[in-house]
Ligand binder design. Structure first.
Ligand code: AHR
Length: 711
């Protein structure tokens, strides 16, 4: 199925219209029928229904959305070796050189050489020692599975560098310190140094520049722009090199290379990925996690204060998914991300429970964590006269951000100690006292965790539920919200996905997602927010020098250093969000066919025959101002299915309508990094629409009918 994304084709497809023309039959022999009640405005669709959820997983930021191209730019990713870095030696017979990680605490070097900290945050540097320089010698960075090279592109390179040498420190009388040792090799660091983006074998130089090093034993920042030529072929098989042909000891820190960023924002985002996010038209962004909020240990929780300000002051942290986070994308960058999308932040605050199972009990021990959350909220929404609001202003954003929802922790149902009741209550009381406009979200889904739910004080206003399921489970549960008690707290489906296909999900998963979303839409008076997870995956597999880039199969948007693509599920998300009214239209369904559901391993162990599941799913909303009705119908099976659609309560509808479909030929069809647009939405115009009309639903399809009714 090849299609032009969102292409508009005018199709005279009268043969598809009119009940009498149908040949396909429903399971019970009768045509499936949907009756939309348009006689009165229905309940209001939550204006926040569709958002995004993000965390540092699968190299979502480092090696993903954060545009930095240098991997391990501050040399802290691995304490035992300079990961992603290598020595470049043009002629190893005539030169003698080595690279070495230098921690500030290094002792096996002369006294003066121990001072390698650039700042308190960046205490490890890389030393290039050139004893003999017979030709070019330098350091190379392999990037995040390659450095992307594109024609006519300017890259901003920068790095800190210092040479070696003697520092004449005054000695205290009687000090045991020996006199500073002289450099062991001839120091000729001063002079020009070359910076290149080049092929991995060094034979092709894509962009090159020089900077003049001054002789200094103190850190100095060097910056230069590197521009590629017009005619080059894009490639990711490239590396970044800083090289010299002089002897000396060269110390490097915070080596950075930025390509053009989204809207040229400094320390910004990769444009193709940010554009895909903007195109989803999300109403909110849930950050910073997920597990990334919690960290493996209490001390590894997302350290938002250390993610602010100049990069020189950001130490980075352990992360929760097996690799270190640079924190180049820190709290302010999350907020800028929201601003780029016109979305509200939905802030997750660390609530004293971490992944390894440790928690901090409510009471005085929890107080510092509550205060930290209050500080964080002040950074987001406080005016520039407040302490943290002033910090935000100093960081470049004087205007406060709009904040309504604060989530207390993440998936605290894992904390079987039962401490969440007290922790949530302590956070909520402090937050609501200082910020009465804020709504605190509980991470315990009452329906599933009756014994863990919050019982102190008033009921939480909103609960976060998470669902990771296969398509059978999605289809079986797509109507679960139809019967939720409207007096219970509102629901935020803060993480969910149909998990089929890797690294990004396939068409069948998209059909599971679409069915599930029809259920959320039908009930969007009560399901006030939802967001798919995970959003991103760097699709690289392991190489001889870099590990596999992803930890979680089944993600929404895939990329490598050069290209990106949306999964079928991405396009389903995009069209569901784009084509949404503000009033729920009640729909009555008749003759919906079902299919048998295969026994799971557990079913067969327990001798259970699972219930059949429907093969057609639907929801309808109306834009009260324009009169446009958005009818979404999912056909999950291999054959076309006829459907009769009745628009009750109106006398007129435009005979022409827009039909948007996402479809494929088989459930495993998918998009990949090499075939990026196999499945994309296709938009056509149909005619023959009436207050009663019929249509054949394509096999394996999601169809959105945009019907113009009166206002
Ligand atoms: O989305 C991946 C992980 O799934 C999230 O980090 C966590 O909240 C959930 O368990």
């Amino acid at each position: 199925m090849k299609g032009t994304m969102d292409s508009i084709m005018s199709v005279k497809n009268a043969c598809l219209l009119g009940v009498s023309l149908f040949v396909a039959t429903a399971a019970n022999g009768q045509t499936p029928k949907l009756t939309l009640d348009l006689s009165k405005p229905g309940a209001t669709v939550s204006p926040m229904l569709y958002g995004q959820m993000t965390e540092e997983i699968n190299h979502s930021y480092d090696g993903g959305l954060y545009a930095e191209l240098i991997r391990n730019r501050v040399f802290k990713d691995n304490p035992t070796k300079p990961e992603a870095w290598s020595l470049v030696q043009e002629d190893s017979t005539t030169s003698k050189a080595a690279i070495k990680l230098m921690a500030a605490t290094e002792t096996n070097v002369p006294f003066d050489e121990r001072r390698h900290a650039l700042t308190g945050a960046l205490q490890t540097s890389l030393r290039l020692t050139v004893e003999k320089a017979g030709g070019r010698v330098g350091i190379a960075n392999e990037g995040y599975w390659g450095i992307p090279v594109k024609p006519s592109t300017t890259y901003n390179a920068s790095f800190y560098l210092k040479g070696s040498g003697s520092m004449q420190f005054p000695r205290r009388p009687g000090s045991q310190n020996t006199a500073p040792a002289a450099p062991v090799i001839a120091d000729s660091t001063a002079g020009p140094i070359t910076v290149t983006i080049e092929s991995n074998d060094g034979k092709t130089i894509y962009a090159s520049g020089t900077v003049n090093l001054i002789k200094s034993i103190f850190w100095k920042k060097y910056e230069l722009a590197l521009t590629t030529a017009a005619g080059i072929q894009p490639t990711k098989d490239a590396r970044f090199v800083i090289s010299t042909n002089r002897t000396g000891m060269y110390y490097f820190n915070l080596v950075s290379l930025f390509p053009p960023t989204y809207k040229d924002q400094p320390n910004g985002f990769r444009p193709d990925l940010m554009q895909m996010l903007v195109d989803m038209k999300p109403k909110f962004l849930r950050f910073p996690g997920g597990n990334y909020l919690e960290g493996p240990l209490i001390t590894d929780a997302f350290p938002w204060k250390q993610t602010l300000g100049p990069l020189e002051q950001r130490p980075g942290h352990k992360g929760s998914w097996g690799y270190r986070a640079s924190d180049g994308l820190g709290l302010l960058e999350f907020l800028m991300w929201c601003e780029n999308m016109g979305a509200d932040p939905l802030l997750g605050v660390y609530a004293g429970y971490s992944l390894d199972g440790d928690h901090v009990d409510a009471g005085p021990l929890l107080k510092p964590y509550v205060e930290d959350a209050l500080d964080e909220i002040e950074y987001v929404m406080g005016d520039a006269k407040t302490y943290w609001g002033a910090k935000r202003a100093a960081d470049g954003h004087p205007a406060p951000f709009k904040l309504k929802y604060v989530e207390i922790g993440n998936e605290d149902w894992f904390d079987r100690s039962g401490s969440y009741n007290g922790r949530f209550t302590q956070f909520r009381e402090a937050i609501e006292t200082k910020y009465p406009s804020l709504v605190c979200i509980s991470t315990i889904a009452d329906a599933q965790y009756q014994n863990l739910k919050v019982t102190s004080g008033k009921k939480p206003a909103v609960l976060d539920e998470h669902y990771y399921r296969d398509s059978w489970d999605m289809w079986a549960n797509a109507s679960q919200y139809d019967n939720y008690d409207r007096k219970s707290p509102k629901i935020f489906v803060g993480e969910w996905a149909t998990r089929e296909g890797a690294p990004t999900t396939n068409l069948n998963a998209a059909l599971g997602d679409a069915a599930w979303m029809t259920g959320m839409e039908r009930n969007s008076d009560h399901i006030i927010m939802s967001c798919y997870a995970p959003l991103f995956v760097n699709v690289n597999t392991a190489t001889s020098t870099a590990p596999k880039a992803w930890q979680w199969d089944s993600d929404l948007i895939g990329y490598n250093a050069l290209n990106s693509y949306g999964s079928p599920a991405y396009y389903v998300q995009k069209v569901f969000s784009e084509y949404l009214g503000d009033k729920i239209v009640p729909v009555t369904a008749e003759n919906i066919p079902s299919q048998p559901r295969p026994q799971s391993r557990r079913d067969s162990a327990q001798n259970i025959t699972p219930k059949p599941v429907p093969t057609v799913f639907y929801s309808a909303t109306k834009d009260a101002k324009t009169g446009v009705v958005y009818l979404k119908i999912v056909n999950t099976i291999a054959k076309p299915q006829p459907i009769e659609i009745s628009l009750n309560g109106i006398s007129k509808v435009s005979p022409n309508a827009t039909l948007i479909t996402v479809k494929g030929e088989k459930p495993t069809d998918t998009n990949t990094i090499t075939e990026r647009e196999k499945i994309v939405p296709v938009t056509i115009t149909i005619d023959g629409v009436a207050t009663v009309f019929s249509r054949n639903l394509d096999p394996y399809s999601v169809s959105i009918f945009k019907l113009q009714t009166g206002k």
